[in-house]
Write a protein that binds this ligand. Structure first.
Ligand SMILES: C[S@@+](CC[C@H](N)C(=O)[O-])C[C@H]1O[C@@H](n2cnc3c(N)ncnc32)[C@H](O)[C@@H]1O
Length: 273
């Protein structure tokens, strides 16, 4: 989808475990990789597979890794003179590493602190939110970010059970796996201000792209996808971009059985005119 050409510059704004970056580097593309999680940057920086690209000529590196929130995309791209830019990838949400590391507190399936910060320097963890917000604020959070039908009941239950410190303490007062998924998702979105970050990065990404460059976004729930779909449609309608994915790309049964986390993924891509 990124149409990677050797020697051209790309941005992987959600480096994570570096899977997509590795694929771009393998095709000869040059990658500026961003992640707000210092663990992701450190793991990729020490990964054997990335050493040749990281060690490439200082003046002309093939791979540069930067710890940054992608809301600062324009600034980071300019600081590293990473233009002309031919493709930008956003693979949204949490990485598998974050999800399966209990200390990060993202999963209701393991016991850990109720944290959920992708960037550990963020001021508020999920525990802060559940222990400090009012019933009304919690209810709104679960309704807006989790589309939770029992938002009021969940908010009340949390307030009477507080203080809550761990993932299992929260999971125990939720009724089933569906509710746990929705409540954990909504807290994660709020802790990391994910929808605001996505809305803020899209216009920057589009402006930074060279004509003919591509923007590729993988989203994992309808709130994210709606933001991407609406913004892409506006650029397409105004004749500034063409869609490369009509309908969006979704995983087939084989991919889902090999990687169940891909189940709700939707990939949309445009090319700037
Ligand atoms: C789904 S993972 C990406 C996985 C990656 N594509 C791979 O191949 O391994 C998403 C990553 O994006 C990071 N991330 C999410 N929102 C971010 C933001 N606003 N700024 C920077 N990084 C972000 C997360 O910390 C996480 O490591």
């Amino acid at each position: 989808m990124l149409n990677v050409q050797p020697g051209r510059k790309y941005v992987d704004a959600t480096l994570g475990g570096g899977g997509h970056t590795a694929a771009i580097v393998e095709l000869g593309g040059r990658v500026l990789g961003l992640d707000q999680d210092p663990d992701a940057i450190a793991a990729c920086r020490s990964a054997e597979a990335f050493q040749p690209a990281l060690a490439s000529a200082q003046a002309d590196p093939q791979l540069v890794l930067v710890r940054a929130n992608f809301i600062h995309l324009s600034k980071v791209v300019q600081q590293h003179s990473w233009q002309p830019l031919w493709g930008i990838l956003l693979d949204l949400g949490v990485s598998l590493h974050q999800l399966v590391t209990p200390q990060r507190g993202f999963s209701f399936q393991s016991v850990g602190p109720l944290d959920m910060r992708m960037d550990p320097d963020l001021p508020n963890s999920a525990a802060t939110l559940v222990n400090v917000l009012t019933v009304k604020q919690l209810e709104q959070l679960f309704r807006e970010y989790g589309e939770e039908p029992a938002a009021t009941a969940v908010a009340r239950r949390i307030v009477s059970a507080r203080p809550l410190a761990t993932t299992d303490e929260l999971a125990r007062i939720l009724t089933d796996a569906h509710q746990r998924r929705r409540v954990f998702q909504s807290l994660r979105i709020a802790v990391n201000d994910e929808l605001a970050a996505l809305s803020a990065v899209l216009p920057q990404a589009f402006d930074l792209l060279h004509p003919g460059g591509r923007l590729v976004i993988i989203s994992f729930h309808s709130l994210e996808d709606r933001i991407v779909k609406n913004q892409f449609s506006a650029w397409i309608r105004s004749g500034r971009a063409v869609s490369l994915t009509d309908p969006p790309v979704t995983p087939g049964p084989e991919e889902i059985s090999a990687n169940p986390h891909a189940q709700s993924a939707k990939l949309r891509s445009i090319e700037k005119i």
